[in-house]
Design a protein around this ligand. Structure first.
Ligand code: NAD
Length: 311
């Protein structure tokens, strides 16, 4: 009962993930607000639908890959949304891979737990929801090497593994509803701060006369080594094949990082957790967006240290 898969949200990530499901032999039905992208899929012979509700009517499983919480709420509970059909649903599983706040994931999960299946599917009588955001970005989405962080029923997680492994190389079960979303925003918070730490240290080093390439070599065999220094170095010319070597084009947009930091800050406030570095990082990435770099890769935060200085 994984054969008919609905896919909603065919943007940078979703279009590539849907393509990998098609390649793996799933019968995929798609929807997006953007008619151009729908036409593309239609020309490839893929079934397209005008609304999320029509996708749900055609699918056993529905995957969503949308920009933010508001879009996810709209696709689930809006007019002609996935739940438009009343308390009876065809899909036995809903997987949301968008990066959204854990509270929204939990709300959707509790809404759907009040529904029942039109037809009993295997052992299941009620539909399941998994929050399953990804790490890896557009290149990993294309190559089918994403990692899924999954919250919700463990039984549903095991049943959904063939889908995860058609789009990715890993799937980690994180616990109950919302825990996948929580894991994702915590990962991106740590990444945002580590990128800032590496950028600030390399900018200071350069100002003190040590070349960024020399300092990076030292970091990479010392205790400052991290992904931001050895895999995704933010200083142009230190590494090849990373966004900093192509004027920060491609990669993970600053505006998405700012969005994820907003989610982390909101979640921290909700649970009363101290978050001084989240607040500082949120402020810096937001400024970066306001300065017009919202579409550039987030490692362009390195440049922030030179704004207003003679370069
Ligand atoms: P995107 O903006 O390229 O794509 C989103 C798609 O959703 C668009 O095609 C849009 O038309 C569609 N959409 C919006 N509202 C809709 C609605 N109501 N009904 C149907 N379709 C609708 O975004 P993306 O880069 O693919 O990212 C998707 C999610 O994945 C985001 O939450 C993002 O934070 C997360 N993410 C992105 C990356 C990345 O590198 N781009 C990496 C990891 C996670």
């Amino acid at each position: 009962h994984l054969q008919n898969v609905g896919f909603i949200g065919l943007g940078n990530m979703g279009s590539r993930m849907a393509n990998n499901l098609i390649k793996a032999g799933f019968k995929v039905t798609v929807n997006d607000l953007n008619s151009h992208v729908l036409d593309k899929f239609s020309h490839m012979g893929v079934a397209t639908k005008k609304t999320p509700f029509e996708v749900s009517e055609a699918s056993d499983v529905v995957i969503t890959m949308l920009p933010s919480s508001a879009h996810v709420n709209d696709v689930y509970t809006g007019p002609n949304g996935l739940l438009h059909g009343g308390k009876l649903l065809r899909p036995w599983l809903f997987i949301d891979s968008s990066t959204i706040d854990p509270q929204t994931s939990r709300n959707i999960s509790s809404t759907i737990s009040n529904y029942i299946l039109k037809e009993k599917k295997g052992d299941f009588e009620k539909p399941f929801v998994l929050d399953a955001p990804v790490s890896g970005g557009v290149i990993a989405a294309e190559a089918g090497t994403l990692t899924f962080m999954v919250g919700g029923s463990e039984e549903a997680f095991f049943s959904a593994k063939p889908l995860f492994f058609s789009m990715g190389k890993g799937a980690i079960y994180c616990g109950g509803p919302g825990n996948g979303s929580a894991a994702k925003i915590c990962n991106n918070l740590a990444l945002a701060v580590s990128m800032l730490g590496v950028s600030e240290a390399l900018a200071l080093g350069q100002s003190l006369g040590v070349a960024a390439s020399t300092l990076s070599k030292i970091f990479n065999c010392s205790s400052a080594r991290c992904w931001s220094s050895d895999t995704y170095n933010p200083v142009p010319g230190v590494m090849e094949g990373v966004p900093s070597s192509r004027d920060y084009n491609g990669g993970f947009a600053s505006k998405l990082m700012a969005k994820d930091l907003n989610l982390a800050a909101e979640s921290a406030k909700r649970v009363g957790c101290k978050h001084p570095l989240t607040s500082q990082a949120q402020k810096i990435y937001t400024e970066l967006c306001q300065e017009g770099h919202e579409g550039k890769d987030f490692s362009c935060v390195f440049r922030h240290y030179y704004t207003g200085m003679d370069e």
